[in-house]
Design a protein around this ligand. Sequence first.
Ligand code: G3P
Length: 222
Amino acid sequence: MATPLILVNLKAYTEGMGERAAAIAAAAATVSGESGVVIGVAPAFTDLAAIASGFSIPVYAQHIDGVSPGAYTGHVTAAQVKAVGATGTLINHSERRLTLAGIDAGLSAARGAGLGTVICTNNETTTAAAAALAPDYVAIEPPELIGTGVSVSRADPGIIERSVEAVRAVNPQVKVLTGAGISTGECVKIALELGTDGVLLASSVVKAKDPAAVLRNLVSLI
Ligand code: G3P
């Protein structure tokens, strides 16, 4: 059975760019090696190539545009992201929302390029809709808890349970992540007990003085 996925979104945080992005990726590789738990990162586009080529961990883009290579100024294509060595991409993050057509286009582009896919959602209804598109993962994150340090696992376990049920009813092949405020091994344990396949998180690791210590805590109860 596959281990859970711990996916750290570096967002556009100053503490998650450049050398800090590399330090967090190195911490992820170290803690993954120690624990056997798969830990990936989603750096900014500007760091994607360096992180993907420098570390043997899953590396996700934070977004792609669902367009084919060509005359699209200011877009990032699935082919570009794949070419620099990314494993997959987030689609429709709460901080990078897309139209339904945009989600579908991004998903098709990612699949066409051989990228893994994580569609982010905000409640059980959108989770069910996302599952119908058959991504590899749906990641349910209540937007009001993102970046607060208040864990979805504790503040709203019901949304995780209902989302897992919704995905199973629509397409049991789709795996489920949850996120928002995840900061400890206890948060991860609850999320897994509620039926998820891992967590998507950011601030607790990215803003930490010692990201490796937070990652060790996160995997400590798996
Ligand atoms: O993509 C992860 C995310 O939106 C959750 O952020 O800072 O609450 O872990 P955070």
